[in-house]
Write a protein that binds this ligand. Structure first.
Ligand SMILES: [Zn+2]
Length: 282
């Protein structure tokens, strides 16, 4: 069995969290919500959860989105992942909150070992092709780490859809042809065709499918197989709590086995530069 990588997980514990995020989680998780949230605030429990769901590695994402969701600092994520064998930390930066975002990214990647960058333009309210963010891209390109963007809709109050249009990444892909770019949620809402076309057009632009019901993938992307090398699996846990069911739904799609292996892990491994020799964990 090939390696399985979940490219999109969030921490339970935030330093600050907007009340509607907590309400969303509680609503989504049902009657056991409080016990669930408490349990998975532990890295060891997260490892056990990943293992029992057949996930070899998972990306853990920080967030510095005070208007729309809350704050979970990169340092917090790095520390959490230190106590885990399966979690891989990403960095984030809010270009409105720090004077020199590129310097922060350099520190997170070089000194703290983050393997990529997550940006949230609809939550942080800038266009991804704004010059404001360009130093981040230049730094990520220099460091050789991927940049993932929230694209498409969000359920959280205050997020603005116009900043999540995948087309805005066309400029970034043109200006940084060697930088690996990932569209989280693949333009969720009414931009699926746009995300799909752009991922075919640009060599280093990838689609990530977290938050999308896997049984709908072929409705959203009828020619999915043609983009087999450019699609990355992610769950958006804990927003999507049923990890095993989600993966099984991908496996049950009428696609080549090879394509499913690529979606579930091999494409992510390539983007993360963690090698073709990667094995599933025992
Ligand atoms: Zn997410």
């Amino acid at each position: 069995m090939d390696v399985v990588i979940d490219f999109h997980m969030h921490m339970i514990a935030f330093e600050e969290i907007r009340p509607w995020v907590t309400e969303y989680r509680l609503r989504n998780l049902g009657s056991n919500a409080e016990a669930f949230l408490k349990k998975y605030s532990s890295a060891k429990e997260m490892d056990a959860l990943l293992k029992e769901n057949g996930i070899d590695y998972a990306i853990m994402l920080p967030a510095t989105n005070p208007i729309t969701a809350g704050i979970c600092r990169t340092e917090t994520v790095v520390e959490f992942c230190h106590n885990s064998e399966r979690l891989i930390p990403f960095a984030t930066v809010n270009p409105f909150m720090v004077a020199n975002p590129a310097k922060h990214i350099e520190h997170y990647v070089r000194d703290l070992g983050c393997k990529g960058v997550k940006l949230y333009p609809p939550y942080q309210q800038y266009y991804p092709n704004d010059q404001l963010a360009y130093p981040i891209y230049a730094k990520a390109a220099e460091l050789g780490v991927p940049v993932m963007f929230h694209t498409g809709s969000s359920v959280f109050k205050g997020s603005r859809l116009k900043f999540g249009d995948p087309l805005l990444l066309d400029d970034v892909a043109v200006d940084f042809p060697d930088l690996k770019l990932v569209m989280a949620h693949s333009g969720r809402g009414f931009w699926y065709d746009r995300a799909f076309f752009l991922a075919r057009l640009h060599k280093n632009l990838y689609m990530e499918i977290s938050g999308l019901p896997p049984q709908n993938l072929l409705t959203y992307f009828p020619e999915l197989e043609r983009n087999a090398d450019k699609i990355i699996y992610g769950s958006d846990w804990p927003g999507m709590p049923h990890l095993k069911r989600n993966i099984e739904m991908v496996r049950s799609l009428p696609l080549k086995d090879e394509t499913k292996d690529k979606i579930l892990g091999l494409n992510a491994a390539k983007v993360l530069g963690i090698g073709d020799d990667l094995e599933s964990t025992p």
